[in-house]
Design a protein around this ligand. Structure first.
Ligand SMILES: *[C@@H]1O[C@H](CO)[C@@H](O)[C@H](O)[C@H]1NC(C)=O
Length: 428
């Protein structure tokens, strides 16, 4: 073999190896590990059960081409080839569950117009699924209805997607809020949007809109949709003017298209920042006195909170945590917020003069926490302050007044002792 041929062969080999390795690594992540969750009906010998099967979802493009090289699966795992025209499914989702979807008419009044023609496509008779996936890190989630794509059983295509940018939302009491929910429905013109609230098993309708008839069927006070954003971009976010504590719980954004529906759950946590006061204020005490610091924490939500006392002694650069605090039971205010108090006993000594006492509150409503403080003044340690002088002056004035009053009273009762003496001497 000629050296030049060997050289050419080497180059070709390197290029090929690079090509082969670069191809699959670039798209090897274009798949998602899911669980197929199926309800297995009871038989004569077995009770009803839930069956879970591993599924590898391989992303496919519109032409039906799988975007990566064939994978070897263990025999227990199913392989689904999925085309997602919504583009909302992504390989970085951390959890994914697939369930069977039963296409059906919906009886709610705001979705009835969608199926009024009673013409259902043949494809509805095939197997349909709902793929629900979310990213545990950033909260993104999508619910995708999958229908048949071609004749192959394991080839599926998205027909409807409902998604959110975050499945957990924090909102401040009394502030406006937009609960993010978007939909993708392809060229389908008929759709309805429904928002529901569910708290402690109790549910109520917040908004119902028939997008085909352009008719608001139901809407709670304070709740709106942006119709131009809904019709142009599929933005079905619920706009709330003024968030109340009662809205805390699960909010369900549901989109109906003929015979199909998809839903997204959003957990709403309503927060209210506590007002914090540290008493007594100002903080004066006598040496030897036992003092109770009270930290009043009021009108906060949710209930989870931590309250601590700290002290920064004179000359120290950092406060240190005090032990032995106690907490009152919480009270429930009319607006749904909570209040409580924390107590800390301190035995006052001269050396505590100038010590700074802190109340530190950690709560979800205040990212940096809340810290307030009072400086302790121990009587008799430093020279009298202006307040002390005024206090002493008042006491002296009161004492003088009382004494002179008593003296006058004594004179009127018993007469002036000196005068009495003079009278005595005269009479002798
Ligand atoms: C409604 O959505 C449109 C388009 O996204 C946007 O330009 C507009 O500001 C929105 N209106 C309100 C009141 O949010």
């Amino acid at each position: 073999m000629m050296p030049s041929t060997i050289y050419k062969l080497c180059v070709t080999l390197v290029v090929c190896t690079l090509g082969v390795t670069a191809g699959p690594t670039a798209s090897i992540t274009q798949s998602l590990a899911c669980w197929l969750v199926e309800d297995i009906p009871a038989t004569e010998t077995k009770p009803r059960s839930i069956q879970q099967t591993r599924v590898l979802v391989q992303f496919m493009d519109a032409a039906g081409l799988v975007q990566n090289s064939p994978v070897t699966l263990d025999p227990e795992t199913l392989l689904f080839h999925v085309f997602d025209p919504s583009g909302k499914l992504s390989p970085d989702f951390t959890s994914c569950e697939i369930t069977h979807h039963l296409p059906q008419e919906v009886s709610v009044s705001w979705a009835r117009s969608l199926t009024e023609e009673k013409i259902s496509p043949l494809a509805l008779a095939k197997t349909w699924y709902t793929l629900a996936a979310h990213n545990g890190l950033d909260g993104r989630a999508v619910s995708l209805v999958l229908g048949p794509l071609g004749d192959k059983k394991d080839h599926l295509s998205g027909s409807l997607a409902v998604y959110t940018s975050s499945i957990v939302q924090h909102a401040h009491l009394g502030k406006p809020l937009s609960l993010p929910c978007g939909m993708w429905k392809g060229h389908q013109q008929r759709f309805s949007v429904e928002w529901r609230h569910r708290a402690l098993g109790d549910g109520n309708l917040l908004y119902a809109y028939d997008g085909w008839k352009d008719k608001i069927e139901e809407h709670a006070q304070n709740c709106h949709l942006n119709f131009s954003a809904l019709h142009s971009e599929g933005d079905a976010s619920l706009l709330i003017e003024n968030v109340a504590i009662a809205l805390q719980g699960t909010l369900l954004c549901t989109v109906y298209v003929p015979y199909l529906r998809a839903q997204q759950e959003i957990q709403l946590v309503v927060t209210a920042k506590p007002q914090v006061t540290l008493l007594p204020a100002p903080l004066f005490a006598r040496p030897g006195e036992e003092l109770t610091l009270t930290c009043d924490v009021s009108h906060f939500h949710p209930l989870e909170i931590s309250v601590d006392f700290l002290v920064q002694l004179p000359g120290e650069s950092h406060p240190t945590l005090l032990t032995g605090k106690s907490l009152s039971a919480h009270t429930h205010n009319h607006d749904g917020t909570f209040s409580l108090a924390a107590y800390q006993r301190i035995a006052v000594t001269d050396s505590l003069h100038g010590a700074r006492y802190f109340c530190r509150v950690s709560h979800v409503s205040a990212a940096k926490g809340i810290l307030i403080s009072q400086t302790l003044k121990v009587a008799g340690v430093s020279g009298p302050s202006l307040e002390d002088i005024m206090y002493l002056f008042l006491v002296a004035l009161l004492l003088y007044g009382t004494l002179s009053y008593l003296r006058r009273k004594a004179v009127s009762l018993f007469g002036n002792p000196e005068e009495l003496q003079i009278q005595k001497n005269k009479s002798e």
